[in-house]
Design a protein around this ligand. Sequence first.
Ligand SMILES: NC(=O)c1ccc[n+]([C@@H]2O[C@H](COP(=O)([O-])OP(=O)(O)OC[C@H]3O[C@@H](n4cnc5c(N)ncnc54)[C@H](O)[C@@H]3O)[C@@H](O)[C@H]2O)c1
Length: 258
Amino acid sequence: MDTLYRMGVVGAGLMGSGIAEVCARAGLDVLVAESGSDALTAGRRRIEQSLARGVRSGKLSDADREQALARVRLTTDLGEFADRDLVVEAVAETERVKVDVFAALDKVVEREDAILASNTSSIPIMKLGMATTRPEQVVGIHFFNPVPVLALVELVPSLLTGQRTRQRAEDFVTTVLGKQVIPSTDRAGFVVNALLIPYLLSAIRMLESGFASAADIDQGMVLGCAHPMGPLALADLIGLDTTHAIAESMYAEFTDRG
Ligand SMILES: NC(=O)c1ccc[n+]([C@@H]2O[C@H](COP(=O)([O-])OP(=O)(O)OC[C@H]3O[C@@H](n4cnc5c(N)ncnc54)[C@H](O)[C@@H]3O)[C@@H](O)[C@H]2O)c1
C-alpha cells in the first residue's frame, strides 16, 4: 500500500476536528484549514478537548495525546496544502461552498496523485469532481459522528472516480485508520442517511403534531429498540442545519418528502 502520510482537512467543525484527531492519532501529519482565526481557535479547542476526553476515559495515554496534538497544525491559508497527499473536505453541507473549496484545492495541491476527498453527507461527488481538473482523484470518504468513536466510513466513488483512487482511499480508511468501509452509490444520502434522515424527519413531525413529547419519542426508541439515543437527540447531535441540508439534497434528488 502506498503511504498517504501528509493529510489535509478543510474545516475544523464537528466533523473536521474529529477527522483531524483520528488521523493524528494514527501517526499522520495533519494540516487543518479554517475560514478565519476565531473558527481556527474553536477548531483547535475541539481537538484538544476531544483528546483530553480520550485520556480521561482511558482510551489513550497523556503521551499519546501530546504526540497527536504535535502532529496537528491549523492554518487559515489553503495555499499551504501544496504538499498534501490526501485532503478531506469537511466544510458546511452547502454545494456552492464545497464546489469553491474543490476548485481551490485543485489549483493548490501539487502532488499529481493526491486524493481530494469529501466528507459530504449528500452532495454528489460527481459535482465536486467536476469542479476540478482531476475528477478521477475525487472520492467521498464519509465519516460518522463522533469520528473518534464510530467505526463506519462510507466510501463513495463517482462515475468518474478512478479504480486506483478508490482502492487507495479504502486502504487508507481500513489499514491506516482501522475503520470499516461500506461502499455506496453516489446518490444523495448514500446508504446510511438515506435510511436515517426520513426517520429523523418522522420524529420531528411526530413532535410538531403533538402526537408525543420529545422525551417520550426519544425514550421510546432507546428502550423499545435499543438505540443508543433517540431520534431528536440524534438530530441535535448531527446539527439541525446539517440535518436540514441533507434532507433538502435528498428531496432535490428524489422529490420525496419522506
Ligand atoms: N454533523 C454530522 O453529524 C455529520 C456527520 C457526517 C458527515 N457530516 C458532513 O460533514 C461536513 C461538515 O459538517 P459539520 O457537522 O462538521 O459542520 P460544522 O458546521 O460543525 O463545521 C463546518 C466548518 O467548516 C468551516 N468552513 C466553512 N467554510 C470554510 C472554508 N471555505 N474553508 C475552511 N473552513 C471552512 C466552518 O468555519 C466550520 O468550522 C458536512 O458536509 C456534513 O454533511 C456531518
